[in-house]
Structure formats: structure tokens, C-alpha cells
Ligand binder design. Structure first.
Ligand SMILES: Nc1ncnc2c1ncn2[C@@H]1O[C@H](COP(=O)(O)OP(=O)(O)OP(=O)(O)O)[C@@H](O)[C@H]1O
Ligand SMILES: [Mg+2]
Length: 505
């Protein structure tokens, strides 16, 4: 049996009156993949933040290779060979990959200047050794998430990590991206590195883990291996009930087009054409899903539709009005809601409290000059209703949204957009980072909202999600619509998968 490389004993962590970790013990064996699973707010990220020196525990101890360690800061953990890739990436958008990787790193020339050449050489070597291929001179803002993630992993390897913690690394990856990541993980563990993985995707947990620990309400509720369990049992352990992923659909009437896209072309941040002469329409009450391999143009397409990206040519018509160049703010006034893929930089203001975040956009839609002209009472009421209806785990709505767990931030943003009487919702990866129990719930909300006549344009990297929810599915490939399919029971993943890869059936 493998040696224990990392041990956490009786870890406790409190945030005010809230107990995030309650007497948590964990043993991780060298060269293995150890998954940590649990509901949103169960305390997974908190535990990992303690192990990587970001938070100090209120009680308990950590041992690395049998030795007691006390981390005063993340650097102390780095020195002990612990590196973490966070749930929300921590890269500087305007810097190059190399500059990001060198950040806070001391490959210095005499005189204290950073030696870029040497660093580039060292980083290239590490990347090659572990099978990563990353463009060092490109700006971070130009890279797709799958590559950013590799950058983050190479960054911790460059800092000498033996134990690599990955907090929900697969939540925005496509099946291909996940396969690539898993290959890298297997390769890393083969060479003796240890990987601690947090994910909500139980199929992946079963596939990649050597060991699994389940957390619930800050307490360890199970230590298992994939041989002794299955996806259903894990879901049950996590949320304490059966999870079926069944949604209730009713007959509904899909009416006239509400949004019409005609011959739309848009460029990506890297200056290349990402959306090429795309035309389609979304009808009242319809859920239109867009599937595609990451980077096929779907992100740019919805940014162009919501007004975050200028279309090069083409027209966008909404309720008969040309809104091609209308600003996002005006679009909100016209009852168009938006859930962006990146909840942190576009979806919310992490430093603001829940009330401010919940009425963000809402005050715009209702033409209040400032958020605070909306009565405080009314704002609190609205926020409470979002928190209650969307089961957001928060102690006090005056808390900063940035202090919520990742999944709970996501639920708040989805709840806000879904509660504002919008007529059209443009949503990207709405269940990103949400636990298996709550996914079922959000899916049902989307279906119910459409039932009431709201139109939904859904972009998701989860093909299963697109297939479960959509009335019709567009498949994007290389900036174009490769297929426009009615979502009938006969339609299967394989057919869509083929279109996604540019094949014709
Ligand atoms: N800095 C903080 N200040 C206050 N409360 C916090 C802070 N960090 C975490 N919490 C609280 O601790 C609890 C556990 O959060 P944590 O982020 O560990 O959950 P998680 O298991 O990672 O959930 P998710 O799956 O949603 O990412 C949550 O209720 C969260 O609101
Ligand atoms: Mg988390």
C-alpha cells in the first residue's frame, strides 16, 4: 500500500457562527488520486484552502510525510510541496502566460531582474515532461479555459508541487478537455505526484479516483473506493436522498419568434472571426440549446447577442425591434436576462453583499437611477426570495457574495436572473459547479420558466444538459451552425457528437 503523504487531523474551521469544517480528518496516499465530494457549501474548498495555507484552521493539525507542519501562508505550503489550482482561476488577463507563471517567482538575475529566458526554458521543460503544451507568449485573455487550466497546473508544478489540489477543474471542460486532463492526471500520479480532486461529476469520480471522501455540512460522512460504491450511492451520501435527474415536462405551446439572428458575424478577443454568418431564431416559450466543442464560437455568439461584443455584421431583432448595437444595460430594460459563463468576473461583484448583487441589473431593468432608490426594504425582500427559492446557503444577506461557496454564488446569479420577469434568458453553463441535488432543481426551474412563456437561449458544455432541456438544438462547429435539430426522443448523443466534431451524418 502507498505511503501516506498528507494527513489532516481533526480540522475545524469557523467563519463567525458558521462551521465550515467540523473535526475533519483525511489521509491521502502518495501517487494516488483522492477525490473530495459533497454538496455546495459542504466545506470542500475550505478544507483545501487550509491544506494549501490560505486559511488557518481553528483547530486540528496537518502532517506532510509524517511531519507536523504549520502554514502561516500559501508560501509555507508551497515549500512543503502543496500546490492548489483554484475553483476560480487566478490568472492576470492582460499578462502573457509566461508573465503569469513567473509571478511571485524568484528566478532572478543579479540585480533582482526576473530572468525571463531561463524561466521560459524551465517552464517549457516541465510542461513537456508532463505532457502539457502551452503557448508562453500569448496573453491569458486570448486562451480558452482548457488551456488556462493547463497553465494553472504547470504553475503549481513549476513551484515544485508534489501534492496537486484541483478544485473543480472539469466544470467548464468538454468531454475532450476532461479526457485530456485525466490523461495528464494519470501521467502525474504515475510519476509519483499526488492529486486531490474536487468535482461534482460523479461519473468522473468513479472513473479517475483511487480513494473518495464525502463531506456533508462540514463533516466527513464517508471514505470509500470506487470498487465499493457507484454513482447513485455517492449521490445519496452527498445529499442524503435519491437523485434521479428526472424533470417534469408538460405540453406547451411554442409561439412566434421573439429573437431573430440574421447573418451575424463576430470576432473573438484574439481578432479572428469566431462567429460566421449565423442565422437562427428563438421562439416564445422555446428552450433553444446550443451545443458545440469549446471554442466553436458559442461564447462569442451569445456575448454578441447580449451586447458584450460588437457584431461585425448582421442583425439581431428582438420583439420586432433591431437591437444589434443596443447596450447590455438597455437590453436588461427590455427584459433580457443573462447568466454568463464566468460568474466571478462578469456575473457578480465579489466585494458587494448579496443584496447589492441581487438587485444588480434589477434596478436597471426597473429604471431606478441608483440601486438605492429601490427601497432597502424591497431590495432585501427580493434578495430573500432569491435565497429561499434557489436554496442559497448564506447566513446573512448582508454578507459579501465572495464569501459564499462557488456553487452558492452560481445559484444566486441564476436565481437573480430567473426572478426578474425577463422575457428572454440567455444562459451559459447555468449549472456550472452546482451539486447533483441542486442541478435537478435548476433544470426544473428552466423548464417551468419556459412553460410560462419565457424564451431561453441555453449554451452548455454539458451535452446531457442541452439534451435534457432543449426543445431544439443548434450544433456549432467552427463558428457556423452545423446542425439545427428538433430534440425528439430519437435524437442521440452520438449524432450530435458527430456534428460537434465537424462530421456530417
Ligand atoms: N471567507 C469566508 N467567509 C465566510 N464564510 C465562508 C468563507 N469561505 C467559505 N465560507 C462558508 O463556508 C461554507 C463552506 O464553503 P466551501 O467554499 O468550503 O464549500 P464547498 O464545499 O467548496 O462548496 P461548492 O461546491 O459550492 O464550491 C459555506 O457556507 C461558505 O459560505
Ligand atoms: Mg468550492
Amino acid at each position: 500500500m502507498e505511503d501516506i503523504i498528507l494527513e489532516a487531523r481533526h480540522i475545524c474551521k469557523y467563519f463567525g457562527a458558521l462551521t465550515a469544517n467540523d473535526d475533519v480528518s483525511l489521509s491521502v496516499r502518495q501517487g494516488t488520486v483522492h477525490s473530495i465530494i459533497g454538496e455546495n457549501g459542504a466545506g470542500k474548498s475550505t478544507l483545501m484552502n487550509i491544506i494549501s495555507g490560505i486559511y488557518k484552521p481553528n483547530g486540528g493539525e496537518i502532517l506532510v510525510k509524517g511531519k507536523h507542519v504549520v502554514f502561516r501562508n500559501p508560501n509555507d505550503a508551497t515549500k512543503c510541496g502543496i500546490g492548489m489550482v483554484h475553483q476560480e482561476f487566478m490568472l492576470f488577463q492582460e499578462l502573457t502566460v509566461l508573465e503569469n507563471l513567473m509571478m511571485g517567482f524568484e528566478t532572478k538575475k543579479l540585480g533582482g531582474f526576473l530572468n525571463k529566458k531561463q524561466a521560459a526554458k524551465d517552464i517549457q521543460e516541465i510542461a513537456e515532461k508532463y505532457g502539457f503544451s502551452i503557448p508562453l507568449d500569448k496573453k491569458v485573455s486570448e486562451l480558452p479555459v482548457s488551456l488556462l487550466q493547463q497553465v494553472e497546473i504547470v504553475k503549481v508544478l513549476y513551484k515544485g508541487a508534489e501534492i496537486i489540489i484541483l478544485d473543480e477543474p472539469t466544470s467548464v471542460l468538454t468531454p475532450q478537455g476532461i479526457e485530456g486532463l485525466f490523461q495528464a492526471i494519470r501521467y502525474l500520479t504515475k510519476q509519483g505526484k499526488t492529486v486531490i480532486l474536487i468535482t461534482h461529476k460523479l461519473k468522473e469520480v468513479m472513473e479517475i479516483s483511487d480513494y473518495i471522501t464525502v463531506l456533508k455540512n462540514g463533516v466527513v460522512t464517508g471514505n470509500l473506493t470506487p470498487d465499493e460504491t457507484d454513482e447513485h450511492k455517492l449521490a445519496n451520501l452527498m445529499v442524503g436522498r435519491q437523485v434521479l435527474f428526472n424533470t417534469q415536462k408538460h405540453e406547451k405551446k411554442i409561439a412566434e419568434p421573439i429573437l431573430e439572428i440574421d447573418n451575424l458575424t463576430a470576432f473573438g478577443s484574439d481578432g479572428t472571426e469566431k462567429v460566421k454568418h449565423v442565422s437562427f431564431s428563438v421562439r416564445k416559450g422555446e428552450i433553444l440549446g446550443i451545443a458545440g466543442v469549446a471554442g466553436s464560437g458559442q461564447g462569442e455568439l451569445i456575448e454578441a447577442i447580449f451586447g458584450l461584443r460588437n457584431p461585425e455584421s448582421g442583425t439581431i431583432t428582438y420583439k420586432g425591434e433591431n437591437i444589434t448595437t443596443t447596450s447590455p444595460r438597455r437590453k436588461r430594460e427590455k427584459k433580457i436576462g443573462y447568466v454568463p459563463q464566468d460568474r466571478i468576473s462578469t456575473g457578480c461583484n465579489v466585494h458587494a453583499n448579496l443584496i447589492e448583487n441581487c438587485i444588480m441589473g434589477y434596478h436597471v431593468a426597473h429604471k431606478f437611477k441608483t440601486p438605492w432608490l429601490l427601497g432597502k426594504e424591497e431590495a432585501s425582500l427580493f434578495t430573500r426570495s432569491v435565497v429561499e427559492n434557489y436554496q442559497v446557503k448564506v447566513q446573512d444577506i448582508h454578507n459579501k457574495i465572495g464569501d459564499l461557496s462557488g456553487g452558492n454564488i452560481q445559484k444566486t446569479i441564476v436565481g437573480r436572473e430567473f426572478s426578474q420577469n425577463n422575457d428572454l434568458l440567455i444562459i451559459e453553463d447555468p449549472t456550472r459547479g452546482i451539486d447533483v441535488g441542486a442541478i435537478e432543481f435548476i433544470w426544473q426551474k428552466i423548464i417551468d420558466i419556459a412553460q410560462e412563456g419565457v424564451s431561453v437561449l441555453l449554451v452548455s458544455h454539458e451535452l446531457g444538459e442541452v439534451m435534457e432541456l432543449s426543445d431544439r438544438i443548434l450544433v456549432m462547429y467552427n463558428g457556423e451552425i452545423a446542425a439545427n435539430l428538433e430534440n425528439t426522443p430519437e435524437l442521440d448523443e452520438k449524432t450530435i457528437g458527430l456534428y460537434m466534431l465537424g462530421g456530417k451524418t
